[in-house]
Design a protein around this ligand. Structure first.
Ligand code: ADP
Ligand code: MG
Length: 741
């Protein structure tokens, strides 16, 4: 950390009212920490005593139960009370110092149990024969007796720090010994004692301020912060430890919820959007003119959106729904409403091809004579055409503009932007998302995604965005038959692909990398099940092999990220128009246009893809009437992700089916953790949380802290009351450090 970071730590300390107190002192001031130690601690980002106190254990070892030597059992971690016998020391063949101690029972009877240490010559120097000790560690059978290997040991008459208790285990850095760090934390938490047991420095943990108002502490019967911190470092027992961790988690979640509640309240108080309302009969006429009937979930989502649009508070709503669940038509209705109210709408998609597809789709969805004027703006629209389009847009001669990030460029101006829709929002950065909103005076914003976010995570992090969900797929969709195969099945798979093509169908073959020299792209570099990179399929090699071999004579094409966008689009168009039979590709096709004739998706090296990706890839087929197939080819036979892709569940109607996108997202979350669901700034936040594990949020705690946060913000929106000073400091720090503002 640089000096800026220490300034920040001081700032934090000052806010909490302890700028001159012992917590702001450098770690060096702690008894036992010298200049060299301080440098080691700095590598862990720990400069002040306050920093050190917030370096919480990663895990614990329960050595609390003490047994006599004769009751020890092999292959378990245990603690024994013993008297040290002869301590021998010798060098092993590899030059390490081996220390070996004979152990006697407490009453002096001999035992068969020994203790050995490698490389810890200080043991012999600091422990005399005959000393009563507590010794904690792994016990194993060695030769004729049991042996402690590399145990922790301390004199039996001293306070239990390393043995005979629930022992904290901390994250270390090279050169820093676990015993040292534990000792320093013990000094900071419990104070230091002299040989006689008298306290010579006081417990610094008592200086840590408690940010919670008394009222909340008593309502939830929470321990106070200093006591909670003490128990988290050196727990008396598992129950106290649990209560203490829960208390610190309460604080973290409460502060997060306060930050979002505050943001939302400020937004509601100041932001004014144009209310967009239309009478029921008019709205009904739009839905009636659609080429199909809306599903129940589409209708519900649309009504929620309509409710939001009618208000003068700008909507920020995420419409989530599985691939193919029909989000576009819901967005189209919202845009239609915006236009009917005399405003303009914009729809931004992540690729040109998708933007073109939306442009065409809107053309068919708005087929009546009162239809909005829809135009397309991508980077392919250039020169005079672009200039004229932008002029018409600025004069509101265009009602709906569909485009890519080209919409964000300078010169793209609206007369009156009422609604901005961001399709596949996870494909855009925060900057880009807010840039589209800034094209108007606080337009309503609708975001869509097919990558659903697990619910507790959503409620923790995104309370300022409302959520609509489409769970049900349009009627008549067929399940895509999914199978996992090992590569030795390929000689049977390719002839089958040829057969499907013979029936007039089309196939995708997806590979994890472009060519044999390339590493797989970073976004597919999830948990690697296979270490064998040498045989990882590549699109270029697969394309060449299939062309010359198993699929000779078929019309085969190749697309990947190194082919220029324009050419890629041309190939995709030819594929859509059925001028290509088999398309070999990388994940560039993951989000994309409808290819109604494609019925086969073969994924090679399937273990290299994340679950969300595999699900998206599978969603590329089955868009038409015909039965579709997805074959996941992988040498890995025990991948949890591949198993999830074929896992079946019983739906509410009693029928068996594969997991939908929501269920897969939940599985993915369990397998891979929250990173993939978070934006960059939120990932930073996840890393910084000290206690709360975003993969495992206690829903009850979330509920309690959410309710408290709402109550506090309703009563004291700016946290100005004296009893909220601690919380205000904590929220301020959150804004500053994680840029959630
Ligand atoms: P996504 O949610 O993945 O964006 P789309 O909006 O592209 O899905 O819809 C997928 C396909 O389903 C489109 O061809 C669309 O016309 C069709 N579709 C959408 N809603 C319905 C419906 N209610 N009934 C029948 N087909 C529908
Ligand atoms: Mg879509």
């Amino acid at each position: 950390m640089d000096s800026g970071a220490s300034g920040e730590a001081e700032g934090r300390a000052r806010k909490a009212g302890v700028s001159s107190g012992p917590l702001a002192e450098p770690v060096r001031r702690l008894r036992g920490v010298g200049a060299d130690s301080a440098r080691l601690l700095e590598r862990l980002g720990l400069r002040t005593i306050g920093d050190l106190l917030w370096h919480l254990p990663q895990r614990y070892e329960d050595f609390s139960k003490i047994r006599p030597l004769r009751s020890l059992v092999p292959d378990q971690k245990q603690t024994a009370l013993a008297v040290l016998g002869r301590i021998g020391q010798r060098r092993t063949a590899r030059g390490l110092v081996l220390t070996e101690a004979e152990l006697y029972e407490e009453d002096g009877r001999p035992s068969q149990v020994k203790a050995t240490w490698f490389g810890r010559s200080f043991v012999k120097q600091s422990f005399p024969e005959g000393q009563r000790v507590r010794i904690s560690g792994d016990v194993k059978w060695v030769g004729r007796g049991l042996q402690f290997t590399q145990p922790k040991m301390e004199p039996a008459d001293r306070e239990a720090v390393h043995t005979a208790r629930i022992v904290p285990v901390y994250r270390l850095t090279e050169g820093l010994k676990e015993g040292q760090l534990r000792r320093w934390l013990h000094t900071a938490v419990e104070g230091a004692r002299d040989r006689g047991g008298a306290l010579v420095t006081s417990p610094l943990v008592n200086e840590v301020a408690d940010p919670l108002p008394d009222e909340i502490v008593s309502r939830y019967s929470l321990p106070r912060t200093p006591e909670a911190l003490r128990q988290v470092h050196f727990p008396d027992d598992p129950v106290k430890l649990f209560g203490a961790r829960r208390r610190l988690a309460f604080d973290e979640l409460l502060v997060l919820q306060l930050a979002t509640a505050q943001k939302r309240t400020r937004w509601l108080a100041t932001a004014k959007a144009i209310p967009l309302r239309a009478a029921d009969p008019e709205v009904a006429s739009w839905t009636l003119s659609l080429p199909f009937e809306l599903t129940g979930d589409q209708r519900r989502s649309w009504e929620q959106i309509r409710g939001d649009l009618a208000r003068s508070v700008p909507m920020t709503r995420l419409l989530q729904g599985d691939v193919g669940s029909g989000k576009t038509v819901v967005a189209a209705l919202a845009m239609r409403l915006a236009v009917a109210c005399g405003t303009q709408a914009a729809l931004m998609a992540p690729t040109e091809l998708l933007a073109e597809q939306h442009h065409r789709t809107l053309g068919t969805l708005f087929a009546d004579e009162a239809a909005p004027r829809v135009e397309l703006l991508t980077s392919s629209v250039a020169g005079e055409r672009r200039v004229r389009l932008l002029e018409r847009l600025a004069r509101q001669e265009v009602d709906v503009i569909v485009g890519t990030h080209a919409l964000l460029e300078e010169g793209v101006e609206f007369q009156r932007l009422g609604l901005a829709v961001i399709d596949e929002q996870q494909r855009f950065g925060v900057r880009q998302r807010s840039a589209l909103r800034e094209k108007g005076e606080l337009p309503h914003v609708l975001l869509t995604t097919a990558t659903p976010i697990p619910q507790t995570l959503w409620q923790t992090l995104n309370r300022d965005i409302d959520l609509s969900t489409i769970r049900e797929l349009p009627a008549g969709r067929q399940e895509i038959r999914t199978e996992v195969r090992t590569p030795d099945a390929l000689p049977r798979i390719w002839p089958w692909v040829r057969e499907r093509v013979g029936l007039g169908e089309q196939a995708f073959v997806v590979c994890p990398r472009i060519d044999p020299s390339e590493d797989p792209p970073a976004h597919s570099a999830v948990l690697f099940d296979a270490a064998d990179g040498g045989t990882l399929p590549s699109a270029v090699a697969t394309h060449d092999e299939l062309r010359a071999g198993a699929l000779r004579g078929l019309r085969i094409a190749l697309v990947h990220g190194r082919i220029p966008q324009r050419e890629r689009d041309a190939i995709m168009e030819r594929f859509r128009d059925a001028e290509i039979d088999v398309l070999v590709a990388t994940t560039v096709i993951e989000v994309g246009i409808d290819i109604p004739g494609a019925t086969v998706m073969v994924v090679l090296g399937a273990e290299r893809f994340g679950l969300a990706q595999l699900h998206q890839l599978r969603g590329r087929v089955g868009r038409g009437e015909r039965r579709s197939f997805c074959v996941l080819v992988s040498p890995v036979t025990d991948s949890a992700r591949l198993a999830a892709m074929t896992e079946r569940t019983r739906a509410a109607d009693g029928k068996e089916r594969v997991l939908d996108g929501f269920e897969l997202a939940q599985r993915d979350f369990e397998i891979r953790g929250p990173g993939q669901f978070l934006g960059q700034e939120q990932s930073g936040l996840a890393d910084q949380l000290r206690i709360v594990d975003l993969t495992d949020i206690d829903p009850r705690l979330l509920e309690d802290t959410t309710a408290e946060a709402d109550r506090i913000i309703a009563a004291d929106p700016e946290l100005e009351r004296p009893e909220h000073a601690g919380l205000r400091a904590a929220v301020g720090e959150l804004w500053r450090r994680y840029g959630l503002a």
